[in-house]
Design a protein around this ligand. Structure first.
Ligand code: PXL
Length: 282
């Protein structure tokens, strides 16, 4: 038997199951890669103390990573919520110890319910230590704006310029996600040569919790399986858009995407891919 590709997520645990580590592992399972995790923090609000972010120690973070490395090994790594400078520094040192072809960095900063997932002053260390070693960074519009010192981003042309400018920070490629655009959901990929846009229809739903985590997890899984970057993003966008299409909620709180949707419902959504303004037949 050919063994499944091995994918590590280094991120926060989202107790509600929609985002963070939980979303990543559900996505890895759907895409048939072997998922592993390093929990950087546990996110869950205590009703009395109101404390929401429960950080893990450097020792615990190192222990998880080194155990997975020894027991399994890794073909690709994704990072999500890192929260503090100390955790960024720890993760940078750990990633340096492995020779990995694919490192997808999701610069998670703020959750859907406005939880703070990265300290403000940690942004510059993220830029300095981790973004330059990433294969791909996947900011959404608010994150891209913060990484560009607060520049306002309103339309697809702004996203293209943002992707080109963020490339200067040193990653091999940048995907700026346009989930907050008005009109269709257009994401812009720049790899230093080509601008590729991925367009999906906008889905009218509030239940998108964890969509960004799941999207970058799906890209990481597809890269680990050997897909090219453009193909990895296109099939990941189809996966996450279908998950959003069938998103649901158990309560009156913003609910999760449905990770099993593509498997259960099939390919109901088409992703249009355009390279340097020419439609491709990918
Ligand atoms: O969706 C962003 C996100 C990422 N990681 C963790 C989260 C959230 C949102 O709540 O809790 C751990």
């Amino acid at each position: 038997m050919k063994l499944p590709s091995r994918v590590m997520t280094i991120a926060g645990s989202a107790a509600g199951g929609s985002a963070g580590i939980q979303a990543d592992l559900k996505t890895f399972q759907e895409l048939d890669v072997y998922g592993m995790s390093v929990v950087t923090a546990i996110v869950g609000r205590h009703p009395v103390t109101n404390k929401n972010v429960h950080l893990q120690t450097t020792e615990a973070i190192e222990a998880q990573f080194l155990t997975a490395l020894e027991q399994v090994g890794m073909d690709a790594i994704k990072t999500g919520m890192l929260f503090s400078e100390e955790i960024i520094e720890t993760v940078a040192k750990l990633i340096k110890q492995v020779s990995i072809n694919h490192y997808v960095l999701d610069p998670v900063m703020v959750g859907k319910m406005n939880s703070k997932l990265l300290e403000d002053h940690a942004i510059s260390l993220l830029k300095e230590r981790l973004i330059p070693v990433a294969t791909l960074i996947t900011p959404n519009m608010p994150e891209a704006s913060l990484l560009l010192n607060g520049r306002s981003l309103d339309d697809v042309d702004d996203l293209k310029q943002a992707a080109v400018d963020l490339y200067q920070l040193g990653p091999k490629a940048v995907l700026v996600k346009g989930g907050r655009l008005s009109g269709s959901a257009v994401d812009v990929l720049y790899d230093g040569k080509t601008i590729t846009t991925f367009e999906a229809p906008r889905i009218d739903t509030a239940n998108t919790s964890g969509a960004g985590c799941s999207y970058s997890a799906a890209i990481t899984a597809n890269l680990a399986k050997g897909e090219t970057l453009v193909s990895a993003v296109q099939s990941a966008k189809q996966f996450v858009t279908t998950a959003i299409q069938y998103g649901f909620s158990y309560t009156d709180i913003v609910g999760p995407t449905y990770h099993a949707a593509l498997r259960k419902k099939g390919e109901t959504i088409k992703i249009n891919v355009t390279q340097n303004n020419e439609k491709t037949s990918l």
